[in-house]
Design a binder for this molecule. Structure first.
Ligand SMILES: [Zn+2]
Length: 320
C-alpha cells in the first residue's frame, strides 16, 4: 500500500484528473465540464470532480489520499471560488466543502488553476531555477500565477494573479467579468478569434474569408492553422496577438520585475509564431529594456496538464 496524490483541473470544457507519483503523471481521466445553471452554484462541477476522483482512486491501491483541485477564477484563501467569469455556474462555490458532503474522509485542497500551473512549471517544468516567474495560461481567458522570490504570490484574500482582467484598453470590448478591454479579450484563444474577425471585416484576411464563407465565420483556429502553414495575412494577425500578449507582459514586468514568463494553455500550441513575436515586442514595450537583464518568454513544459500536476503538488505540500 502507498500514498496516492491526485490533481484535478477544472477548465471551461473538461475536468482533467491525474495521478502524480514521484513527480510523474502515471494515470489520467477526464470528463466534460458540465454547465448546468438550474442547480445551486458549483453542484454540477463538484459532481464531475468527484466522479473523476472516484475513477482514479479506484484504479490505484492506497492507504492515504490527498486531492488538489484547480478552479478557474478568484479563489479565496479559504478555498472558495468567489468569482468565476468564465465558469459562471460555479461562481461562489465552495467545492472542498461540497466534496466533504460526498466523502467526509477526503482531504482536498482547492486553488486557482493558473496558480496550480505556475507551481507545476516552477517546481518541475519550464520555470525550474527561476525565483521570479509568471505563468500565463492562454485559454478561453487568460490565467496567471505569480512566483515571487520562490513563493506563490497570493495577496490579501488569495486573489493575486488575476492578470487576464488587467485592463489594457478602457474603451475596448466587453468582458464576462463586467469590465471593458481586459487583457484576455485580446491575447487569449477567444481574443485571437475576435481580432481575426475584426481583421476579416476590415478586408485584411481575403484568403481566409474566401475559405470560411464570410468574415463572421473566421475562427481563431483558422488563423492559427493558416499562420502555421505560412499564410502571410494570418501571420500578421498572430503578430498582432503577440503585440497584445507583450503589452500585458510589459505591464507585469513594470510592477513585479519578472525575468521569466512561462506560457501555457491551448493557444500556446501556436507558440512557434506567438512567443517569438511576443518576445520581440516586449523588448520595445517594457520600460528600460536595455537596462534590464534579458527577459525570457518560453512555452510551458506540461501544456494542458500543468494545472492538474500543480494541484497535486500543492495538495501534498499543504496537506502533508
Ligand atoms: Zn475581465
Amino acid at each position: 500500500m502507498s500514498s496516492l496524490t491526485l490533481g484535478v483541473d477544472v477548465g471551461g470544457t473538461k475536468v482533467l484528473g491525474i495521478v502524480l507519483r514521484d513527480g510523474v503523471v502515471v494515470d489520467s481521466h477526464r470528463v466534460a465540464t458540465p454547465h448546468d445553471d438550474q442547480r445551486p452554484a458549483g453542484d454540477a462541477t463538484t459532481e464531475a470532480v468527484y466522479a473523476v476522483i472516484n475513477e482514479l482512486r479506484a484504479r490505484h491501491d492506497h492507504d492515504d489520499l490527498v486531492v488538489g483541485v484547480g478552479l478557474p477564477g478568484m479563489m479565496s484563501r479559504e478555498g472558495v471560488l468567489a468569482f468565476a467569469p468564465n465558469l459562471p455556474t460555479a461562481s461562489g462555490a465552495d467545492v472542498a466543502t461540497a466534496l466533504a458532503a460526498y466523502d467526509p474522509q477526503l482531504r482536498v485542497l482547492c486553488e486557482n488553476d493558473a496558480d496550480c500551473a505556475a507551481v507545476a512549471e516552477h517546481r518541475l517544468g519550464a520555470g525550474r531555477g527561476y525565483d521570479d516567474m509568471i505563468m500565463i495560461t492562454l485559454g478561453t481567458g487568460i490565467g496567471g500565477g505569480i512566483i515571487s522570490q520562490g513563493e506563490l504570490l497570493r495577496g490579501r484574500s488569495g486573489f493575486a494573479g488575476e492578470v487576464g482582467h488587467m485592463v489594457v484598453d478602457a474603451a475596448g470590448p466587453r468582458c464576462p467579468c463586467g469590465s471593458r478591454g481586459c487583457w484576455e479579450r485580446f491575447a487569449s484563444g477567444g481574443g485571437v478569434g475576435r481580432l481575426a474577425r475584426e481583421a476579416a471585416s476590415a478586408g485584411r484576411l481575403p484568403l481566409l474569408v474566401a475559405q470560411c464563407g464570410d468574415a463572421e465565420s473566421v475562427r481563431g483556429e483558422d488563423v492559427t492553422r493558416a499562420a502555421a502553414a505560412g499564410v502571410e495575412e494570418a501571420i500578421a494577425v498572430m503578430d498582432e496577438v503577440g503585440w497584445w500578449l507583450a503589452l500585458g507582459l510589459a505591464n507585469l514586468t513594470a510592477i513585479l520585475d519578472t525575468g521569466h514568463f512561462v506560457i501555457g494553455g491551448g493557444l500556446s500550441e501556436a507558440s512557434q509564431l506567438l512567443l517569438p513575436s511576443a518576445q520581440r515586442h516586449l523588448e520595445s514595450l517594457v520600460e528600460g529594456s536595455s537596462a534590464r537583464p534579458p527577459i525570457t518568454v518560453v512555452k510551458s513544459q506540461f501544456g494542458e496538464i500543468s494545472g492538474a500536476i500543480g494541484a497535486a503538488l500543492l495538495a501534498r505540500e499543504r496537506l502533508g
